[in-house]
Ligand binder design. Sequence first.
Ligand SMILES: [Zn+2]
Ligand SMILES: [Zn+2]
Length: 169
Amino acid sequence: MDVKSGLIFQLVDLRPEGVCLRGQISFADLDIQEEDRFSFPAALEYDLLLTPLGQNDVLLRGALQARIAIVCDRCNSHGELQLQVDDVCHQYKDAFGKILDLTPDIREDILIVFPQHFLCREDCRGLCLQCGEDLNAGSCACESAAGAQPAAAESRPDPWQGLDKLKLP
Ligand SMILES: [Zn+2]
Ligand SMILES: [Zn+2]
């Protein structure tokens, strides 16, 4: 089976078994910019299969993988998150003889799984609101003294909840 890299190409013909598209694309090329709380230590990896569909259409299926470096929203420590898309599925009509640019759809697919909140770990306890102590390292003095509730993990919505839903077929 043919293997191509690159997400922009002219589609002349396509054998019934299709063509594999394997490679990497930088987030800059996807037009996704780094921000204060996240950056991209590596390019996004794609592993896709383009197959003919009917007379003139093509079907793109496959998976994407990326990792992003984050600063934790609760405790400000640095960490990494894995992003995974297993159900890439796009259809292109009248695709033959044209330049096919898969970049916008790949961009959209990875943005869907992009977290809204960044946590070093799901149960990060964050910093004490009063003294700023990292509560992952242990209890601070104010907690035991006043019985005060620190930035409790339970009081915030779980940012992974939406992600889990999206992974369902
Ligand atoms: Zn944290
Ligand atoms: Zn404290």
